[in-house]
Ligand binder design. Structure first.
Ligand SMILES: CC(C)(COP(=O)(O)OP(=O)(O)OC[C@H]1O[C@@H](n2cnc3c(N)ncnc32)[C@H](O)[C@@H]1OP(=O)(O)O)[C@@H](O)C(=O)NCCC(=O)NCCS
Length: 176
């Protein structure tokens, strides 16, 4: 756990998730799912229970190649990053992550702080590759990943469908 200074001068906390965070994490996910169309789920679609979320956090803690990062402000979760490594020997050296920040706190450097944390942790845990998928019109997120040296690796057309419109996604990756 450590403090991070936000661009608005306030201080938040960055730390890894514990099983006791499960109820608050679910509330946070429900909140952000209604704030952005760039996530792969909408409101009410992230179907899990507090108990299953607790188990997921516990199993993440027990793995060498998985990590859940939280950012907290005033005891409230305002940012989350979830990295999962491959489950088999041939793919356990790499993994994918998803990231979100509560809209009220965008552009304060919170995603940057979580990515710095992830990359440092990944190096320490001998992760050789970090992958991600992003909607191709999500300029804000793509800029963020490029800032850290993620390269564009490929495109899948029609991956998302929202309001009868298709959107392609880009795969991006960072070799460590
Ligand atoms: C994408 C997201 C995680 C960024 O979080 P954030 O905390 O606002 O990001 P930061 O403040 O750390 O900004 C990081 C970088 O994003 C880029 N960025 C920020 N605002 C931008 C804007 N309006 N236009 C273009 N790029 C922008 C910049 O490169 C910025 O780095 P810099 O400030 O050093 O120049 C956040 O907007 C979010 O949760 N969006 C909805 C969910 C989502 O899209 N998740 C990613 C799915 S792949």
């Amino acid at each position: 756990m450590r403090d991070i200074s936000l661009k608005n001068g306030l201080t938040a906390i960055i730390r890894e998730a514990n099983p006791e965070d499960a109820p608050q994490i679910l509330r946070y996910i429900e909140q952000v799912s209604g704030e952005s169309e760039f996530l792969s789920f909408g409101p009410g679609e992230f179907e899990t229970t507090v108990e299953r979320e607790r188990e997921f956090i516990e199993s993440t803690q027990n793995k060498d190649n998985a990590l859940i990062i939280l950012v907290e402000f005033n005891s409230e979760i305002i940012g989350m990053l979830n990295f999962s490594g491959g489950t088999r020997t041939r793919t356990s050296h790499r993994g994918e992550f998803g990231i979100s920040v509560a809209k009220k706190y965008w552009e304060l450097g919170i995603a940057t702080a979580m990515l710095e944390y992830l990359i440092k942790w990944a190096r320490e845990h001998k992760i050789a590759k970090i992958d991600l998928m992003v909607r191709e019109d999500n300029e804000r997120a793509i800029k963020l990943y490029e800032k850290f040296g993620f390269k564009h690796e490929g495109r899948i057309s029609r991956y998302f469908k929202l309001d009868r419109k298709f959107y392609g996604v880009i795969y991006m990756g960072l070799e460590l």
